[in-house]
Design a protein around this ligand. Structure first.
Ligand code: ZN
Length: 60
């Protein structure tokens, strides 16, 4: 089986961000360049937005 991938642009650093098809709304992707968490906010065309930072205690 071949995974179809779509390459998008990171809104933060304009680096390439790959997502596997089918892309789903609200899917979270991480930019490999700047490590930003990105959320799919639109599907046609697919567009990414910075995901809101979740303030959570990860138990450091
Ligand atoms: Zn980035």
């Amino acid at each position: 089986m071949e995974a179809v991938r779509v390459t998008l642009t990171c809104p933060e650093c304009e680096g390439p961000v790959e997502l596997a098809e089918p892309v789903r709304l609200s899917e979270i992707a991480q930019c490999g360049d700047c490590s930003s968490e990105l959320e799919v906010v639109e599907l046609d065309p697919v567009s990414l937005s910075l995901a809101p930072e979740i303030e959570e205690d990860w138990g450091e």
